[in-house]
Design a protein around this ligand. Structure first.
Ligand SMILES: [Zn+2]
Length: 192
């Protein structure tokens, strides 16, 4: 539960979960991936969809944060119907075009076999960025694209895919409830 509290909206497409590691609480923008440990915790929380083993380095963190900034800019352009900054597009395409070497052919005495190549720290990072970038492209170009939405609460920047078109909040239990409480207090003040 600690993880769920820490990362408020897991379970959207991976690339959106990544963007949603930048949150706003009480008017303050917070980056939940502010340390390698923070990224390691997020990778563990996403372990059903992201293969990662071993420690997270400062270089891993910097690369993931750079891709996240690019994906966030692209998602914003998709929501607003505008053009994204060219640098964001370049960054995403760089992650897409990198060779990932997720599997490889090995040849033993028994013959050819599919096997995992030895992953260096660099290829592991490239592979992670590639997976996240592929997911971002799927969101941007697929049926989810027009459903991309930001939470309606002014003190929240989380994004989600509104498969239910009436969905306004990242979470009815948190932002939806906060808005209801605020409306209630406003009504009481007007009635007095
Ligand atoms: Zn929200």
């Amino acid at each position: 539960m600690t993880v769920l509290f820490h990362f408020p909206l897991l379970g959207e497409p991976l690339s959106l979960d990544l963007v949603n590691t930048c949150v706003r609480r009480d008017g303050v923008d917070l980056d939940l991936l502010d340390t390698p440990q923070g990224l390691a915790t997020w990778l563990r929380a996403e372990s059903a969809r992201l293969a990662w083993s071993g420690a997270v380095s400062a270089a891993d963190l910097a690369a993931v944060r750079a891709l996240r900034a690019a994906v966030a800019a692209l998602m914003t352009a998709r929501r607003d119907g505008g053009q994204p900054p060219p640098a964001a597009l370049r960054q995403l395409n760089a992650a897409l075009s990198a060779s990932t070497a997720a599997t490889g052919l090995t040849w033993t005495a028994e013959g050819p076999q599919l096997g995992a190549p030895t992953m260096t720290a660099a290829t592991r990072r490239v592979s992670l960025l590639h997976t996240l970038a592929v997911d971002a492209v799927a969101v941007l170009t697929g049926p989810s694209g027009p459903l991309l939405r930001e939470c309606a609460h002014p003190d929240c920047v989380l994004q989600f895919i509104a498969t239910n078109p009436r969905r306004l909040w990242c979470s009815a239990a948190s932002c939806g409830n906060r808005a209801r409480v605020a409306r209630h207090y406003l009504r009481q003040r007007i009635d007095q």
